[in-house]
Design a protein around this ligand. Structure first.
Ligand SMILES: [Zn+2]
Length: 58
């Protein structure tokens, strides 16, 4: 079982899943909101939250 974290941003009033940019360097790989640009470490409006999903497939 693997637990992975899903990040969301509530800036638009609707939870929007953060997306990771596959082109950024790996050491700065962090998902960000496609609308406001907030990320888990840069969340000036405190709109970022997450849920932990459990994956039982393994
Ligand atoms: Zn946002």
């Amino acid at each position: 079982m693997t637990v992975y974290r899903q990040w969301f941003c509530d800036c638009s009033g609707v939870p929007r899943e953060l997306v990771s940019d596959p082109y950024v360097e790996e050491d700065s790989l962090e998902p960000s909101c496609p609308l406001c640009g907030a990320s888990p470490s840069s969340d000036p409006k405190h709109t970022i939250r997450y849920t932990d999903q459990e994956d039982f497939s393994d």
